[in-house]
Design a binder for this molecule. Sequence first.
Ligand SMILES: [Zn+2]
Length: 300
Amino acid sequence: MSKKEHAIQRAGLMARYDDIFRCPVCSLPMKMKNGHSLSCTAEHSFDLSRDGYIHLLPNAKASKYDKELFEARRLINGSGYFDPLMDALTTGVQECMLDPSSSQPFSILDAGCGEGSHLASLLHKLRRSSQRDILAAGADSSKPGIALAAKGSAPVIWCVADLTRSPFRDHTFDIITNVLSPSNYEEFKRLLVPGGMLVKIIPGPEYLQEFRQFLYTPSSPKQAEAVEETAVLFARHFPGMKQQRIRYEAELSQPHLEAMLKMTPLSWHAPEERTQLLLAGPSLTVTFDFTILWGEHLNA
Ligand SMILES: [Zn+2]
């Protein structure tokens, strides 16, 4: 698909689903106008970019994550290392879609979608397995992330947005996914339909532990505590939540080793000579360890 076709496809999606938005300035409902801008009834207006994403974050600050980091993530995310995790996520989401009475499109928001690979992969798998119409939106506060996401061909509404005060109307989404990204539970509950599901994925205690060992980054018991603390906080907002652990190993060789190091904060302050030694090796087998938290939003 050409760049122009992407932009047309995205503009079509935005026009079809413009009722999911509320103005990021004044919270009034928004409408797509002239095929390329989203405007509220108070005339705050936001244009679709040439790549077909929408920037709904007024007064955006420069992102601490740069383009290079998102390109590293894209390389890793597109190389199959997250497949077992994505399979588990897909299976759970498929179960949520099994409402035969619903004629409405099934709506998914990936909150903190970064460069969009996980949402694109989930959407691809869901569309292969279900006839149901799916509305997918990906939001992130980082413009370089969303700009890279929009270069892909997935039929997703991509937007740069403040996730603590997001530009979507109340009770809009059946599922919110939140993959290795911060949460705002009150806001997520506002966005979910009654009975909707929040799916939060966090790194488990053994995630990339081989990097830690190799780079002398202290392996602290706090890793396990952090998982526990997140689960407790999650359960406070979503009583009856379910917890699932996905753990596997995979061999990383160049250039994936370098990309994985680049996107992993624990390696950013490692001694330079250890980093170089790690990169000089042909490959490294590493542990992927994740906890998936599933929380149904019971109260509207
Ligand atoms: Zn407005």
